[in-house]
Design a protein around this ligand. Sequence first.
Ligand code: PEP
Ligand code: MG
Length: 582
Amino acid sequence: MEIKNGIPVSPGVAIAPAYVLDSESFRIPKRFIRKDEVEVELKRFSIAREQAVAEVRDIRDSVHSVAKDEVGLIFDAHLRMLEDPMITREIPEKIKQKRYTPEYAVSRVFKKIIKPIKEIGDSYFGQRVNDFYDIQKRLLRNLLGQQGQNISKFARKVIVVAHDLTPSQTATLDKRNVAGFVTDVGGPTSHTAILANALGIPAVVGLGTMSSDVSGGDLMIVDGKTGRVLINPDEATRAKYEAKSESYHEREKRLADAAAKAERKTKDGSAVNLYANIELDDEIEHAVELGADGVGLFRTEFIYSKFGAHPTEEQHLEVYKKAHAALAGRVLTLRTMDFGADKYAAEVGLEKEDNPFLGCRSIRLSLREPQLLVTQVRAILRCATLGPTRMMLPMIGSIEEFRAARQIIDTVKQDLAREGVQHRADVPLGMMVEVPSAAVCIDSFLEESQFFSIGTNDLVQYTLAVDRNNQYVANLFKHTNPAVLRLVRGVIKACNAAKRPVSVCGEMAGESHFAMLLLGFGLRDFSVGPTSLAELRTLISRITVAEAEAFADKAMGIGLADEIHNLLEAEVERLLPSSEFG
Ligand code: PEP
Ligand code: MG
């Protein structure tokens, strides 16, 4: 049994065989061939190896022709590796004797080559590991040809193991049969993590080299609460985790029962609204069943992967109509497209940037390519005839940006009126507060924007200079950093004083201990992943505003992120004791 620890991003316990995708999403299942297939499969491997050799030669020659000798030498080394007996003899032997498929034989042999080199842990050898991965990928690519795997349909329960999963891959995972997933890279509020939560799939990210340490078919346990991942556990461990999985489901049920009975207000009667964050349109019905008061953040980016990079106005409208139908009169907050960085950048064909999180993402892209925004805004204004609708602009960093977007929206309203198209021109226009410049100067925005929603995922990232996707700095991504807390509190207080609606829609709002703090700062509108609704509803009904305020004051007096965190956890334990909820 092997145990690894990563970053837990979606709770629950999953137990199932591994299904490994490599970084280029090749499938490497543990499969065997029949005796009469051996010759054909040996031939297939031999052709794949020859193709790999030819490709590497081509690269080496083209590099040599521009006189980059050092780089050329790397490819000479790749050629030598492809001629190494480990590859020319051992892989065919595994195909012949063990009857492995060539793909599985390649993955086994490379694992055997790479493991001891990795254990040396030296940076020179580290580079060599990458060379081996490169060759392995080249062989697999040639073996698998164009048959990319389809991860949207599995015949049985699996745990998907990948170097990384793009948000669109995560969105298309077969929800019925993907019991959990683990990735080598990724941070606590990456979009892949948020999607896992939305889908209710236990997930752990930032596991380093997991995708090369596990073979397809290995039995795995994923604990999405602690970040622990176990490979090939013994019987006793497996039984322990089966019990843990059972008690996790019981806890969920107890919380749902408690939430159903709870008042929709604090213990002393202050109304608190809990809205849902939605990633995919088919989640809305479930969110309503779980007690959502409406949608506080609809991340519309998935529409661009569902329909292609340029969805039409009618395609947008189709999604929004479906959302209103599921919401039956509850509010729908549609955020205009927020592409770039980790969100669907590749899918919509965005150019690669050196610093994508600081680059032309989100509202900046909307302003650079206004037609994208115009098409979406037309659909938003039209769908507003079907139910209460709000439009929210992401990543606003300056007043000029907000005004430029509003001008485009005003022009759209005039166009729709001129064309005689049914719409509502009075859709409230709000903004996300997720760039520190907007949080610091919140007073200047109060006259511009009709409502505000604090996006703590980006606000933490930009305030602390910590990439939200990067496992190596995940320990620095702290919602309780005093700088973050001061900004968040400042925005809530300024909005409340000016009577401007304000919510928090970053992941911070969905975690009980942070939610309590936000309540103490004066927040009454929370927008959270649907799976957090029950716990939050229960917790809020058990605390008074005065208690939350006293608690927030105490936390703000501490000034140290980890101490604040510990204090908050102890308070949550008091309100939602393990003795009651497990
Ligand atoms: C945020 O940044 O907190 C937010 C809610 O937006 P997203 O996670 O979609 O970037
Ligand atoms: Mg954001």
